[in-house]
Design a protein around this ligand. Structure first.
Ligand code: BT5
Length: 251
């Protein structure tokens, strides 16, 4: 059977953003599972108009077009599928990565990867950026406390093509799992935010508490200091550990 994810893979030396390119491609009829990979992004982006640092040859920048049978309200679970896929691919290299709710991958308390899920018509576009070769000095000053790369943190060389293949395969498996509605248990097991003290930073308020659970929609349930359980939706907020970006002793 022909594989779904990565059925066509476009490799580009440089693009503005693989998500933007995948969205254009989706509009032109890219098949389900089509993937764009770039060696460098000049306008890599994160959520909420934030920037994703994407220097040449140091990271994996990849976006997949997914034409999922999931109803639109369930598509956000593809973010969780992608975070698990990135985690699988990094763990296959021996890196003890974990997921930080909702869309980050962390290793030793540092962010090594991020996920950006967007919609283009009926299609979903899943963007994944993984830091592979950066040294600390390669990151802009403001990220040096919280960002890291696979090679920097494991001390071992990483074959970018092998990581790309591993990530595409893992993404295929995790998307299929999410479409069967079975993503939650594995995500909870990989997610280091659960049980941890967190600071929730929303547009209109910031509060602290303990992340107790994640519900079946993927919302985080945080017990605040007054004892109230508050439902926090991915997309609206940033969540920080209280001892740095994530709690390092839990990485
Ligand atoms: C994300 O957003 O983490 C999603 C990143 C998705 C990037 C991929 S690369 C392939 C595809 N094409 C794209 O254009 N995007 C996707 P968010 O949770 O909003 O985090 C963004 C924040 O992470 C920034 O504001 C910085 O603080 C930090 N950051 C930026 N670049 C980073 C890097 N290379 N490593 C670690 N942290 C970074």
């Amino acid at each position: 059977m022909q594989r779904r994810m990565g059925c066509v893979v476009r490799h580009e030396a440089e693009v503005d953003s693989t998500n933007r390119q995948a969205r254009l491609w989706a509009r032109e009829g890219a098949p389900d599972g089509a993937v764009v990979v770039a060696a460098r992004q000049t306008a890599g982006r994160g959520r909420m108009q934030r920037k994703w640092e994407s220097p040449a040859g140091t990271g994996l920048y990849l976006s997949a077009v997914v034409r999922s049978p999931l109803p639109p309200e369930k598509l956000p679970c593809l973010t969780f599928a992608a975070a698990m896929a990135a985690c699988d691919a990094c763990r296959a290299l021996g890196a003890r990565a974990a997921v930080k709710w909702p869309n980050d991958l962390v290793l030793e308390g540092r962010k090594i990867a991020g996920i950006l899920l967007e919609r283009e018509g009926d299609a979903a576009v899943i963007g994944i950026g993984v830091n592979v070769r950066q040294r600390l000095c390669d990151f802009p000053e403001e990220l040096r406390e919280k960002a890291g790369s696979l090679e920097m943190l494991t001390g071992r060389p990483v074959d970018l093509s092998a990581l790309e293949r591993g990530l595409i395969d893992a993404l295929g498996n995790r998307v299929a799992q999410a479409e069967r509605g079975e993503w939650r248990d594995d995500y909870r097991a990989m997610c280091k935010t659960l049980g941890a003290p967190v600071r929730v930073i929303a547009a209109d308020e910031t509060f602290e508490g303990t992340a107790e659970e994640m519900d079946e929609t993927g919302a985080l349930l945080v017990r605040d200091k007054t004892g109230t359980l508050r439902r926090v939706l991915a997309g609206d907020v940033s969540v920080r550990g209280l001892m740095g970006y994530v709690d390092r002793d839990r990485a």
